[in-house]
Design a protein around this ligand. Sequence first.
Ligand SMILES: [Zn+2]
Length: 139
Amino acid sequence: MSVVPRELLELGDSLAAGDSAVEHRTAINRWYFANHNLAVVQTAKALRGYQARGDGSDHAGVIRALRSSKFKSIAMLLEPLREARGHADYHLDAANEGIPCRWCEGHVGGERESMEFTAADLDALRAVAHKCFSRIASM
Ligand SMILES: [Zn+2]
């Protein structure tokens, strides 16, 4: 059975309504991948010369392609989702604190009170994820 990006977005919404940090982090992961996967497909259709490579470089690659196009505003939404996803998946707790993290560096002057996403973070990321998704879908 195949999956479409909108299902990832909706799964993220369901997970974000949960009570645990692991659900919240997984929600952010799903929101990012909903947008990343749709962006790869839509960017290949909209921008001549862009093609996904099918490896990890696609994450920066699609954002770079969008940033240097008329779809720059989409890149500006996708980039913070990518940074949040990095924190969600790699910056789990104090044991990972030494790992460079663009999400942490970009918040509160680089000093966050905790590794957890706050309710305000989640609300903001959900809004960005949905806005970004709509914009990508209508490219
Ligand atoms: Zn972090």
